[in-house]
Structure formats: C-alpha cells, structure tokens
Design a protein around this ligand. Structure first.
Ligand SMILES: Cc1cc2nc3c(=O)[nH]c(=O)nc-3n(C[C@H](O)[C@H](O)[C@H](O)COP(=O)(O)OP(=O)(O)OC[C@H]3O[C@@H](n4cnc5c(N)ncnc54)[C@H](O)[C@@H]3O)c2cc1C
Length: 348
C-alpha cells in the first residue's frame, strides 16, 4: 500500500507537519536525513539547522528556566543526556528539535534516518528512493528539507561556531555576548545590510566587510547602510582569519585587502555571515518548479502547493525571506492540512 503522506526533512517544518498529519490519522512516514559525514560537513544532519545552535530565545513557549526534569520526562531514555547538558537558560536548539521529534513519534509518526535521493513525481502514486536503497510509494509528499547557511569555509570560522560566529543575526544578535560590542558582518548584498542594520541596535559598532568598492545591495538598502552611524563599511577586504580563544570565543578578525598586500586586524566579539543560503533542493532538480535561487515555488498564494499536485513544500526550502523556526513550523502545519484536504478531495 502506498503511504498517505511522506515527509522529507527534519527541522521544525517537518516535525510540525508530522504532528498534524499523525493526529489526522494519516500515519506519516518521515525521512529525517542520513547521519553521514557528507551531511555533517554541509550542516544538514538530521534535526536541521536549529540543532547547530545553542540558545533559542525567540521560539514561543520557552521562557528562561530549568527544563531538565521536563526533558527527562518527555524524551526517550536514549536522549536523557540532553537533560544533563541543559544550561538553565530556557531551551537550546537540539533540545527543541528532540522535543518536536518526540511529539511527532508520540502520535504514531514513523521515522527513517536516511536521505531521499531521488523522486519520481510523474508516477502516481509518487515514487521515492532513499540513499540507502529503500523505495517507497506515496500519495502525497511534503518537502521540508530546509536550507543551509553559506559559510566562508575557513578553519577558524568552524572553530568558533556558537562561540561568536553566527549565520543568523535575527536569531543570535540579541544574545548578551554581542551587546554593546563591536561586530563584523561579512557580505555586501541586501541581507548583509539588513543584518548589519538589525545588529546595530545591539552592537557598539558593526563593521560590514565587503570584497568590492560598492555594495551589491539595492540602492535604497545601500543608502540605509551608509546613513547608519553605527555601520562602518570596510571596503575591498576579505576575511583571512577569525581570531579568538577557547575561553572568550571570537575576539577579533584579520582582514586582507583585495587591492594590495595590506592586512589589518579588528577587535570584535561577534562574526556574522550574510553571504546567502543554499536550499536543499538538489535532488529535486527538474522535478519541481524553483526560483532563480533554487528555492521551491509555492504556486498558490497562502497555500503550500508546489508545481506538482499532491506535493507540498514547507519551511525554509520554500522561504528565503523569513527563515525562522516559528515560520517554518507554521508552514509545516499548513502543508499537513493541505495534504489532508487534498487526500479527502481525491477520495484517497
Ligand atoms: C546557526 C543558526 C541559528 C539559528 N537560530 C535560530 C533561532 O534562534 N530562532 C529561530 O527561529 N531560527 C533560528 N535559525 C533559523 C532556523 O533554524 C530555520 O529557520 C529553521 O530551522 C528552518 O526549518 P526547516 O524545517 O525549514 O528546515 P531545517 O531546519 O533547515 O532542516 C531541514 C533538514 O532536513 C533534512 N534534509 C535535507 N535534505 C534531505 C533529504 N534529501 N532527505 C531527507 N532529509 C533531508 C536535513 O537534516 C536538514 O537539515 C537559526 C539558523 C542557524 C543556521
């Protein structure tokens, strides 16, 4: 028998879709991604982007507090180590994701720890093939494979991830370690300006490091950066190394000029990347309509429909604008309701 709903992904969008689909008796099957070295290096291990961060201070329902007992009570025994690691500061990214996953399982969701590597959306039911070789048929599919933040790929940046290096200003900017401190934002497009502008509310100064002598950002955004007295644009420069130590995390950055041999160091406490995201849609090339930047297209306003009837998309894989856990969860709920209504309308 084909599955009623297969959900691909394992971030807030996928688990929320699974909770709703399971409660609607659709017996969802989730492919949560494979635990491979390749996925580790790309930042796409199971549990999604939030599993890569520490504190999550903006997901509703988790004010500061000691969740240890709650975690012990709520999660399966093999996840009890999370309660030991809990830092008494509300919820962490990995805790939040394990709680969502567990909630989906509690309602009967089945989980496969593998990537979906290929899909046939011309066939009905749809045909999916997993990396490990499993084949599965599905009447509806919810794609919630998210996106991954682009990093420069230098070793020092990797070393200080969560210790002052971040790819999400809206998520991390308000954390105490960045308040009234000098920060760097790398990038020169609209999102770099947006992130710099946002961070300037908390930082003592934001150095926007850009490799060229003019911003790529739209005129109005570039003007916003120029007029903000707390943004100092460092032109014609690239990052050579993020500086710091194990106790303090990031303490500085060394920049190289792109026009001569000069280099300089800046004292900073935070290093933010704003050089774009890559949606996890490679395996869907030619199968679903995408935007220029390879995000999936929602084809009906305020619905999660894609270009193929019966295939829905939720979360960052179709959203390059909001990119937050709560918006991903919201669209995961929408996708499950859309799939449920589609199945009912087709009598499937
Ligand atoms: C460092 C960092 C900190 C952040 N902090 C916050 C924060 O504090 N608050 C907030 O609201 N947001 C935060 N965000 C943003 C937030 O994490 C994302 O908006 C959210 O996770 C998007 O959820 P998603 O469900 O769309 O998918 P994702 O979280 O992107 O997860 C998708 C996952 O699906 C799996 N997958 C991918 N391809 C396949 C495949 N072919 N088969 C099977 N599985 C696959 C992978 O495991 C992938 O990681 C942060 C992001 C980053 C990078």
């Amino acid at each position: 028998m084909p599955e009623k709903v297969v959900i691909i992904g394992s971030g807030p969008a996928a688990w929320t879709a699974a909770i709703y689909a399971a409660r609607a008796a659709l017996e969802p099957l989730v492919y949560e991604g494979a635990a491979t070295e390749e996925n580790r290096l790309r930042g796409t291990l199971p549990l999604g982007q939030l599993a890569l961060t520490t504190e999550v201070e903006n997901y509703p329902g988790f004010p500061a507090g000691d969740l240890s007992a709650y975690l012990l009570d709520s999660l399966a025994d093999d996840k009890s180590y999370l309660a030991d690691m809990h830092q008494k500061e509300g919820v962490s990214g990995p805790e939040l994701m394990e709680l969502m996953r567990q909630q989906a399982i509690n309602f009967g969701t089945r989980v496969m720890t593998d990537d979906i590597a290929d899909v046939d959306f011309d066939a009905r039911p749809f045909h999916l093939r997993a990396l490990g070789g499993d084949e599965v048929e599905a009447r509806t599919v919810i794609v919630a494979t998210g996106a991954r933040a682009n990093y420069l790929g230098i070793e020092s940046e990797e070393r200080f991830k969560n210790k002052g290096v971040s790819a999400c200003a809206v998520c991390d900017g308000a954390l105490p370690r960045f308040r009234n401190k000098p920060l760097v934002v790398v990038g020169g497009g609209d999102s770099a300006v947006e992130e710099s502008d946002y961070l300037s509310k908390f930082a003592s100064i934001v150095y926007m490091v850009h490799r060229r002598d003019a911003l790529r950002a739209s005129k109005i955004m570039a003007q916003r950066a120029m007029e903000n007295k707390k943004i100092d644009i460092v032109w014609n420069s690239v990052v050579d190394e993020v500086l710091g130590n194990d106790t303090d995390g990031v303490t500085g950055v060394r920049l190289k000029s792109t026009i001569d041999d000069n280099s300089r160091e800046l004292e900073i406490s935070g290093f933010f990347l704003a050089i774009g995201h890559t949606p996890n849609t490679g395996f869907l090339a030619g199968k679903l309509e995408m935007t220029e930047k390879k995000y999936l297209k929602w084809t009906v306003p305020f619905r999660t429909n894609t270009s193929v009837e019966g295939v829905f998309a939720a979360g960052d894989v179709a959203d390059d604008y909001y990119r937050q856990a709560v918006t991903a969860a919201g669209s995961g709920c929408m996708a499950a309701l859309d799939a449920e209504r589609y199945l009912a309308a087709k009598g499937l």
